[in-house]
Write a protein that binds this ligand. Structure first.
Ligand code: B4P
Length: 191
């Protein structure tokens, strides 16, 4: 199995690049943001609880997203590997993911961390908000809260994987194709 974490702040291109990477490498895409948005669309109790946090730009509780990933791993026993997008977002999530993968005799192979300046993130997300229908993309204050949550809680995830030498920084500014080529070259070295 080849397991990849695509890491970076909100708006860094994780979702955009994930679509291209799964097409090239045949990995199963697990985006906690997408799973949460489908729970919201289906108006499940989980979705309704998550929506109020997401609308404020805050993270959803660890136990909720860890269980979502647990279910997704169980439902995909044939996968040749996973691309984790937007997960883990806290050190507790990273530790839980390592345990879940270890129980399947697997592990994270590499964490590719997209590097994008803060003001560029705000511009991209406000732009997406014009067409995405995502309520967390339309308000600049909410976007800045999401970036703050990233700085306070999520950046530590990179340190967690750095202790195992699994982190590779990748420039996240430039054209989508240039960034895809840089990510692909890191994957090709390891696959
Ligand atoms: P996510 O769905 O993960 O959303 P995101 O981080 O905002 O987006 P992403 O990074 O994938 O977007 P992309 O750059 O591709 O999270 C949403 C919310 O869900 C979180 O705030 C949180 O509340 C909750 N959540 C999710 N996972 C969680 C977890 N594990 N724990 C707790 N809570 C969780 O796209 C941004 C825009 O940039 C697009 O418009 C795109 O077209 C554009 N873009 C991309 N690449 C570009 C480039 N090279 N140049 C110019 N523009 C580019």
């Amino acid at each position: 199995m080849f397991n990849l974490i695509l890491f970076g702040p909100p708006g860094s291109g994780k979702g955009t690049q994930s679509e291209k990477l799964i097409a090239r490498y045949g990995l199963k895409h697990l985006s906690t943001g997408d799973i949460l948005r489908s729970e919201i669309a289906a108006q499940t109790p989980l979705g309704l609880a998550a929506k109020s946090l997401m609308d404020k730009g805050q993270l959803v509780p660890d136990e909720v997203v860890i269980e979502m990933i647990n279910v997704a791993l169980e439902n995909n026993p044939q996968a040749k590997g996973f691309l984790f997008d937007g997960f883990p977002r806290t050190t507790a999530q990273a530790e839980a993911l390592d345990k879940l993968l270890a129980s399947k005799n697997s592990a994270i192979n590499v964490v590719l961390a997209l590097q994008v300046g803060k003001e560029e993130l705000v511009v991209r997300l406000l732009n997406r908000g014009k067409t995405s229908g995502r309520s967390d993309d339309t308000n600049e204050a909410v976007i800045r809260s999401r970036i703050e949550e990233y700085e306070k809680k999520t950046m530590a995830v990179a340190d967690y994987y750095r202790q195992y030498n699994k982190v590779e920084l990748v420039k996240g500014e430039g054209t989508i194709d240039e960034i895809f080529a840089a990510l692909s070259s890191e994957i090709d070295k390891r696959m």
